[in-house]
Write a protein that binds this ligand. Structure first.
Ligand SMILES: Nc1ncnc2c1ncn2[C@@H]1O[C@H](COP(=O)(O)OP(=O)(O)OP(=O)(O)O)[C@@H](O)[C@H]1O
Ligand SMILES: [Mg+2]
Length: 429
């Protein structure tokens, strides 16, 4: 009975088990992983003074309060890249990203076992359709790394299921008649789609391979929306695309790109970067802007900037949904950089800055349709899960591709984990 489903997400993770009681239907549920919450933000904070790790909301909180240490988020993005076995500096020791992932996943297992009251030894791990775009070997390496980590931390049986197929299994429990659905799972790191035939009868079939008509995915997720919003709305205030004294030159992009990318922020804190930035400052025609950049790097404010950007994205997303909301200007204070510094954001500005992403998502839906051999009018329902399906421009780009489909709102943060749990019951129960 030690089986579970594990959704290790770029932004949030969940873990589910099945309660089996005599005379009752088996009941799949997600376990509380942080207080009452069944989601654990996939974040760690290495506290240098206390020499310990914090996880999830607590990690983000203690970091935001200014504790000395190092915050790590978006770790799933490291899978399938060369970074996985690179080491990163933590105070006086060095640790590989593989070991950081192990630390986080071991803690999730430990908390879940506490809640379940039993050891968990068999796991169905979720995985995106593609960890890495257009590189099957890297995809395989990413899955292998996750499997190795799972075994190292004590799971004896480890298998995988695509995240959107898992979401389909969760959705299938609520349908009363056979239908063809497109499952859209847009999370923090990836956008995944599957076209599946589901229904009350199909649920009983052991091998569902026949019912999976297409699975596609692309590495576009909420953190990319954060990155483009940051480059569009925040980084220009720190000197992004500002002129240098020498005619025709602009400040180098790479610092701003790193600062706008969750998983790269810590790179800026390497000692050699500060020397480079001082050089940029000397050659800049807008030194007052580059000085802000230097301050952000010097004071290690990168994650605070990124968190403010993410909150702004969510505010814009809520603003766009209210009547007349698209005309509003949202003014965000950045006092932690400079007293009185305020940056304005608008819904159309956000939509324009992130069009490459919504276009990429629409393209993936078209690819799923092409792979399935179906015309779009054959899709009965579109099931929306993953936090980024709450973005109005993302929803609009999905629904433009499938104007006739019924829209079903999934549990935005829970469907994948529940589906993986159902799959674990089928495989190991
Ligand atoms: N109300 C909201 N509006 C827009 N975006 C939101 C909202 N709430 C959360 N998000 C975004 O959703 C993303 C997280 O979604 P989710 O938890 O589904 O991702 P994940 O499963 O961890 O990632 P992945 O499946 O890609 O590995 C974050 O980028 C977050 O900013
Ligand atoms: Mg997810």
């Amino acid at each position: 009975m030690g089986y579970c489903g594990l959704d290790f997400g770029t932004s949030n993770s969940t873990l589910g088990i099945v309660d089996v009681r005599d005379g009752q239907e088996p009941h799949a549920r997600l376990l509380p992983l942080e207080g009452e919450e069944t989601t654990l933000p996939s974040a760690l904070f290495f506290d240098f003074a206390a020499k310990r790790e914090e996880f999830g909301r607590a990690a983000i909180q203690i970091y935001a309060e200014g504790a000395d240490g190092r915050l790590m988020r978006s770790l799933k993005s490291v899978l399938g890249t060369d970074l996985i076995d690179m080491e990163t500096q933590l105070d006086r020791r060095r640790i590989s990203f593989r070991d950081v992932l192990k630390t986080l996943l071991r803690e999730i297992k430990r908390r879940a076992e506490d809640q379940a009251g039993r050891p968990l030894t068999q796991v169905v791990h979720g995985r995106p359709v593609h960890f890495v775009d257009g590189d099957d070997a890297a995809d395989q390496r990413a899955e292998t790394a996750l499997a190795e980590i799972a075994r190292d931390i004590g799971y004896t049986d480890v298998s995988f299921q695509f995240e959107p197929i898992a979401a389909a299994l969760d959705y299938e429990r609520q349908v009363n008649a056979e239908e063809i659905a497109l499952i859209a799972d847009i999370g923090g790191g990836t956008s995944d789609f599957s076209i599946v035939r589901i229904g009350p009868e199909r649920r009983r079939v052991a091998d569902r391979g026949q019912d999976i008509l297409a699975s596609t995915g692309v590495r576009i997720g909420g953190t990319d929306f954060d990155r483009l919003l940051s480059l569009h709305g925040v980084m220009p205030h720190l000197g992004y695309q500002s002129r240098m004294k020498r005619a025709g030159l602009l400040a180098p992009n790479s610092y701003f790109n790193d600062l706008a990318t969750w998983s790269k922020i810590n790179f800026l804190y390497a000692p050699k970067v500060m020397a480079e930035l001082r050089q940029v400052l000397r050659e800049s025609a807008r030194p007052e802007l580059i000085e802000r950049l230097i301050q952000v790097v010097e004071e290690h404010l990168g994650h605070r900037v990124a968190m403010t950007v993410e909150r702004t994205k969510i505010r814009l997303s809520a603003t766009a949904a209210q009547p007349g909301g698209t005309d509003l200007v949202v003014e965000i204070p950045f006092d932690f950089i400079e007293r009185g510094l305020v940056m304005p954001f608008t819904v159309p500005g956000f939509a324009a800055a992130t069009t490459p992403l919504t276009d990429g998502i629409a393209g993936m839906i078209r690819k799923a349709l092409a792979d399935s051999g179906l015309t779009r009018d054959r899709i009965d329902a579109v099931f929306l899960t993953g936090g980024s399906t709450l973005l109005p421009n993302v929803r609009a780009s999905i629904l433009r591709e499938l104007p006739d489909a019924r829209v079903v709102e999934g549990d935005k943060f829970g469907s994948v984990g529940l589906g993986l749990t159902l799959e674990a019951m089928r495989r190991y129960g």
